[in-house]
Design a protein around this ligand. Structure first.
Ligand code: NCD
Length: 348
C-alpha cells in the first residue's frame, strides 16, 4: 500500500483485495458487543471537509473512533477558510496539531493530490471526494457490497450468485456492473470504473450523451445510451445522483424526461436478473434517478452501502496508519495493539 489514498486508479489488484479482506475483518468487529479496537490509540485523524457531506464524514469519524484514534472534525463553514485562508495555511495548522492522517473532501479536483505532494504535512492523505475527480473509498465500499452479494461472502454470508459461501470465487471477475446517470459530474463513477476494472468486472456506463465526460473512450468500460437494453444483462445497477449543484447549463430537457429515460422504476427493476442488486451512493433524488418504490425495495443496497462504508474506512485508516494484515477476529484487540509486527511509521 502507498502512504496516501488519492485515487482508485492507483490501487493494484492486491492492494484492493487487501483492503476488502481487511474490511471483512473490521465488519466482524462491528458485530461484537464492544465495537472498538485500540489499534490507533494516540494517533490523530483530521476530517477536513470543504464540501457538504453526511455519510462520508460521519463514516470516517465512526471508523477512526472505532480504531481508538483521536478525531478532529474540521468543516470549512465556520472556520477561517470562510475568511479566505488558503489550503496551504490550513494544512500547516493541521500539521502543527500533529495530524497522522488527513481525510479531505474538496470541491476542487486535485486538492488531495496537492496536499499529499506539497510537503505541507507529513501524515497520510485520504481523498474523501475531490470535485468531479475521484472518491476512492466510495468505490471500495461499493466493491465490498458487490462482493458480498455477487461473489459469495467469505463465511457463508449472503450470496445470490455463483461462487458459493466457501471463499471461492470471491472476486468480481466477469460480473457486469451498470452505472447510470450523471457520469459527467460523478467522482463516484470514475472511481468505480477504475476499481471495478482492476477487480475484473465489466462496467457499462449509461447516460444521456450530454452527461458523458469527454475522453470516456479511454476509460476501461463500455458506454451505452439505452438503459433498457443493458438492465437485463446487469448483475448490479448503480444509480448516480443528478448533481444539480455542479450544473451550469441545461443538460436535459425536463426532469420528467430524464426520469423516464434514465431513471430506475419498478418496471425496469423487474427486468433485472433475479440475483441483481440496485445500488446508490446517496444522497438520493427520489423521483428523479430512482423511484421511492425501488429505493425502498429489498434489492436496493443503499443503506447497507453506508454500513459497509465504516468497515472500509476502518480498513483504509488501519492499513495506512500502521496496521499489519489482520488475523481473523480470533486475535484479541489488545494483542493486536502490542503486535511488534505491526507496520511502523517508517515502513509506510
Ligand atoms: C457522493 C459524493 O459526494 O460524491 N456521495 C457520497 O459520498 N455518498 C455522491 C453524490 O454526492 O451524489
Amino acid at each position: 500500500m502507498k502512504r496516501h489514498l488519492i485515487s482508485a486508479a492507483d490501487l493494484s489488484r492486491d492492494d484492493a483485495v487487501l483492503i476488502l479482506d481487511t474490511a471483512e475483518e473490521m465488519a466482524r468487529v462491528a458485530d461484537r458487543p464492544i465495537k472498538k479496537l485500540p489499534t490507533l490509540r494516540g494517533r490523530t485523524v483530521v476530517n477536513l471537509f470543504f464540501e457538504d457531506s453526511t455519510r462520508t464524514r460521519i463514516s470516517f469519524e465512526a471508523a477512526a473512533k472505532r480504531l481508538s484514534a483521536d478525531v478532529i472534525n474540521f468543516s470549512a463553514k465556520g472556520s477561517s477558510v470562510s475568511k479566505g485562508e488558503s489550503l496551504k495555511d490550513t494544512a500547516l495548522t493541521l500539521e502543527a496539531m500533529g495530524a497522522d492522517a488527513v481525510v479531505i473532501r474538496h470541491h476542487a479536483s486535485g486538492a488531495p493530490h496537492r496536499l499529499a505532494t506539497s510537503g505541507w504535512i507529513n501524515g497520510s492523505v485520504v481523498n474523501a471526494g475531490d470535485g468531479t475527480h475521484e472518491h476512492p473509498t466510495q468505490a471500495l465500499l461499493d466493491a465490498f457490497t458487490m462482493r458480498r452479494h455477487l461473489a459469495g461472502a467469505p463465511d457463508g454470508g449472503p450470496t445470490h450468485h455463483q461462487g458459493g459461501g466457501d471463499g471461492t470465487g470471491r472476486d468480481l471477475t466477469g460480473r457486469r456492473i451498470t452505472i447510470v446517470g450523471d457520469v459527467l459530474h460523478s467522482r463516484v463513477a470514475r472511481s468505480n470504473v477504475h476499481l471495478l476494472h482492476t477487480l475484473g468486472a465489466e462496467v457499462t456506463l449509461v447516460a444521456p450523451p450530454t452527461l458523458v465526460p469527454i475522453g470516456v473512450e479511454r476509460w476501461p468500460c463500455e458506454v451505452s445510451y439505452d438503459l433498457d437494453s443493458v438492465v437485463p444483462k446487469s448483475d448490479a445497477v448503480m444509480m448516480l445522483r443528478v448533481q444539480r449543484e455542479r450544473m451550469n447549463a441545461a443538460f436535459f430537457p425536463t426532469e420528467r424526461e430524464y426520469a423516464r429515460r434514465y431513471g430506475l422504476d419498478g418496471d425496469r427493476m423487474a427486468r433485472m436478473p433475479e440475483h441483481a442488486i440496485v445500488m446508490h451512493p446517496g444522497p438520493m433524488n427520489r423521483g428523479m434517478e430512482i423511484t421511492a418504490e425501488v429505493a425502498d425495495s429489498r434489492r436496493c443496497t443503499a443503506v447497507e452501502q453506508v454500513a459497509n462504508g465504516v468497515s472500509i474506512r476502518m480498513a483504509v485508516l488501519y492499513l495506512l496508519l500502521g496496521g499489519a494484515v489482520l488475523e481473523p477476529a480470533a486475535e484479541s484487540a489488545e494483542t493486536k495493539a502490542e503486535n511488534p509486527n505491526s507496520r511502523t511509521e517508517e515502513s509506510k
